[in-house]
Design a protein around this ligand. Structure first.
Ligand code: FNR
Length: 185
């Protein structure tokens, strides 16, 4: 491992104490040295409106698309909402997907991970995201996978990932993601 790569991370939750945003922060801590992770907040991305898009996308969207284009790969963390990923994340992807002929998502390598309060660990959310990613010709890392269930037992009150087996698994996942990004970007 010696080549440096830049990863853009974003969370599908806008919640201040979001476990998924906390998982991204843990990834920034546990990543290989050769990987930089920049976390992009989706808070300023407005609802998608094709009229607005045709007139010229807002600055927050332009910046998001530029950051995607400049990144070697994307690291996405999202909660599961009603058996899917969040509307916040879908909305951001919708903006980035237009126009399809010039979308920074095209052939962009990515990995998705997630945390749930219950036992599912966001399995359905992640499977659904892969379907949407295929529409935009994104390149998914299929395995290893990160499904963090029972969030309260894995994070402390400050939002630090404290569960040792999960930390070890995340480290392994990020090492694979590094190697896989090099091969696919
Ligand atoms: C949820 N949650 C949830 N959990 C799950 O495992 N499957 C689901 O389908 C849903 N659906 C759902 C819908 C809505 C609208 C909310 C607000 C929540 C619970 C969810 O896993 C929990 O709130 C997480 O803590 C959200 O992630 P963040 O915000 O902590 O990152």
């Amino acid at each position: 491992m010696d080549k440096k790569i830049n990863v853009l991370g974003f969370s599908g939750s806008l919640r201040k104490h979001s476990y998924n945003s906390s998982l991204l922060r843990a990834a920034s801590e546990l990543k290989p040295d050769e990987m930089e992770i920049e976390i992009f907040e989706l808070n300023d991305i407005p609802f998608y409106n094709e009229d607005v898009d045709n007139a010229g996308a807002p600055d927050s969207v332009k910046l998001f698309k530029e950051k995607i284009a400049a990144a070697n790969s994307l690291l996405i963390a999202s909660p599961e909402y009603n058996y899917s990923f969040t509307g916040v994340l879908k909305n951001a992807i919708d903006w980035a997907s237009r126009p399809p002929s010039n979308s920074p998502l095209t052939k962009k390598p990515y990995a998705i991970m997630g945390v749930s309060g219950g036992t599912s660990g966001t399995i359905r959310s992640q499977m659904h995201f892969r379907q949407v990613g295929a529409a935009d010709n994104m390149i998914a890392m299929n395995k290893p996978e990160v499904y963090v269930a029972l969030a309260k037992q894995k994070f402390n009150e400050k939002g630090d990932l404290t569960d040792e087996p999960t930390r070890e698994h995340l480290k392994t996942f990020l090492k694979s993601f590094y190697e896989w990004t090099i091969k696919n970007s």
